[in-house]
Design a protein around this ligand. Structure first.
Ligand code: MN
Length: 240
């Protein structure tokens, strides 16, 4: 049976076509898989597990139906939905894994990460990340009324769009030295990540060993996933 990987679906109420396609993906392709890994940014924003948004609730129900069928569902935090917590797991049956994490595929250890930690050239983003990932900051944020959290999340997204539009492309991509360091530090020969929205399979050699970095695609214009079976990994597109 297959393992499927997606990331950067970026679902919210403003993406009805992507949402419909993702729910179809869950009930069709993912329902026939053994495991589904969502490597971050499933949602455009997640302001807490008590988020009352009906649109997100439908996505959670789709995941719950999938995990009830016996498909193991795993989620990593993205930079948009890093507040997914135990309440989300209770709503969906999807287990939130640490980022990065090493998982076994056909006997091969593979490093899974959202990928933002590899984008170290974006100093402003890394500074923001270190603030909002601190447990104290998250406790204070989650204690705010849901309307206030929603308004703050809208402000952060507007700031993020302005920041991204000002950057030269390489700043928004992974840093080659950070990628090499991740291979060396973990000893894996395959890394799978999303975040950069540049789907590709990069093959290179580090310290004489062939290594592969697989980048997942975003779901803005079409669907996209990685299919794994018996040691073979293949990026697949889902035209919309
Ligand atoms: Mn991201």
């Amino acid at each position: 049976m297959a393992d499927l990987f997606v990331s950067d679906v970026h679902l919210d109420a403003g993406t009805p076509a992507a949402s419909a396609q993702f729910l179809d993906f869950l009930s069709e392709k993912a329902a026939r898989a053994e495991r589904l890994y969502i490597l971050g940014d499933l949602f455009e924003a997640w302001i807490g597990d008590d988020d009352p948004d009906e649109h997100k609730a439908r996505v959670c129900e789709g995941l719950k139906a999938l995990s009830r069928c016996g498909v193991a569902c795993f989620v990593l935090h993205g930079n948009r939905d890093f507040l997914l917590g135990e309440g989300f797991t209770a709503r969906t049956g999807a287990l939130v894994l640490p980022d990065p994490v090493i998982a076994d595929f056909a006997g091969e250890p593979v490093l899974l990460t959202h990928g933002d930690i590899l984008c170290v050239d974006d100093h402003a983003y890394q500074e923001l990340r270190s603030i909002v990932r601190a447990p104290k900051w998250q406790q204070r944020f989650l204690a705010l009324p849901v309307e206030d959290r929603s308004a703050l999340a809208d402000q952060v997204r507007a700031g993020s769009r302005a920041h991204v539009s000002r950057q030269v492309p390489y700043v928004m991509d992974t840093n080659p030295a950070a990628v090499e360091a991740a291979f060396r530090a973990t000893g894996v020969r395959r890394i799978i990540h999303g975040h950069t929205h540049r789907p590709a399979i990069h093959e290179t050699v580090i310290d004489g060993e062939p290594v592969t970095r697989i980048v997942l695609g975003a779901w803005y214009e079409q669907g996209s996933y990685l299919h794994h079976e018996a040691g073979r990994f293949e990026l697949r597109e889902l035209p919309r």
